[in-house]
Write a new protein. Structure first.
Length: 308
């Protein structure tokens, strides 16, 4: 690989991390004026389906709808979109965007004990230490006596962590049961379509339907921008895996966390006490320690196991 190409791939990696990290403060803006989770979820998925269709159909990609493929779409829609995103939208109302970014960094850390329970991995002391570091980061934010105690609702921290658990299980589900021959873009496309069908009646029956007609303010623009950004960076991530390999591409998870906190500081003017910065450092250490060995890293098969 030439120095020019290597530098280009590093730039793409940074761009993807910046894009994915941007989605968290955009989510915070989207919920800022009272929009509820089911309405936001439907439009996130609908916009994603529209963008993916515009990208995939001209390239000749199609969605198979056999029984095995429909099962994959349904399961990934539930554990990779409907359930975790419903939790994330609700937690985002009550938690700072930067803290949400730190909590979602638990995804690769949660993935390790889930893989052990499903007999997909073996115990390693190094990766167990990563799990402990991640949990210590969370405790540093929420424990009584910490600098954030009282300012951060513990209940919503738990909700944010549950969201990450769903994403972590999503990756392990794919590793254990596969994707019925579907590629990662097809999985995301099909799951988003099925998720949209599920979210529509939930939004209508709960009274959370969001009228798509103008005028459009900051929340509406943030929702559209966040949905489009997610699709584009995911497609870019799949491309990067093909160009540089999964070991290189998976490093985007560190950048997503850092950029998530950075964008929250720049866009939302969030400020944090030292405890949050220490928690961020601990989380990054935990993420590093739980990274699988090179031989274990595979191409991305899921929507949310890298970042949200």
């Amino acid at each position: 690989m030439t120095d020019h190409k290597r530098l280009s791939l590093v730039f793409v990696l940074l761009l993807l991390g910046a894009g994915w990290g941007l989605t968290m403060p955009l989510t915070k803006i989207a919920v800022s004026t009272g929009y509820k989770h089911f309405g936001l979820l439907f439009w996130q998925l609908a916009i994603g389906v529209a963008v993916m269709s515009a990208m995939a159909i001209p390239l000749g990609l199609r969605l198979p709808f056999g029984a095995a493929q429909m099962r994959v779409y349904l399961v990934i829609a539930l554990i990779g979109s409907v359930l975790p995103n419903t939790a994330s939208y609700q937690a985002a109302v009550h938690l700072p965007s930067g803290v949400m970014s730190i909590l979602l960094s638990m995804i690769p850390i949660w993935a390790f004990p889930i893989a052990l329970m499903l007999a997909l991995d073996r115990f390693e002391l190094r990766r167990f230490a990563g799990l402990i570091a991640g949990l210590a980061a969370v405790l540093l934010i929420v424990l009584p006596g910490s600098q954030m105690a009282g300012a951060i609702p513990v209940f919503w921290v738990v909700v944010g962590l549950i969201s990450g658990l769903f994403y972590a299980f999503e990756g392990n589900y794919v590793a254990r049961w596969g994707t019925a021959g579907l590629g990662p873009i097809q999985v995301l496309w099909g799951a988003s379509l099925v998720g949209m069908v599920i979210a529509l009646p939930l939004a209508l029956l709960s009274g959370q339907w969001i009228d798509p007609r103008p005028p459009y303010g900051a929340p509406e623009i943030a929702q559209v921008l966040g949905s489009v950004t997610h699709v584009l960076v995911y497609a870019g991530y799949v491309w990067l895996v093909g160009q540089a390999g999964p070991v290189f591409a998976v490093q985007v998870s560190f950048l997503v966390t850092l950029f998530g906190v950075f964008w929250a500081r720049i866009i939302l003017a969030e400020a944090y006490p030292p405890a949050v910065w220490i928690a961020l450092g601990l989380m990054l250490v935990g993420m590093y320690l739980v990274q699988p060995r090179k031989a274990q890293v595979d191409t991305p098969d899921t929507i949310g196991d890298t970042a949200r």
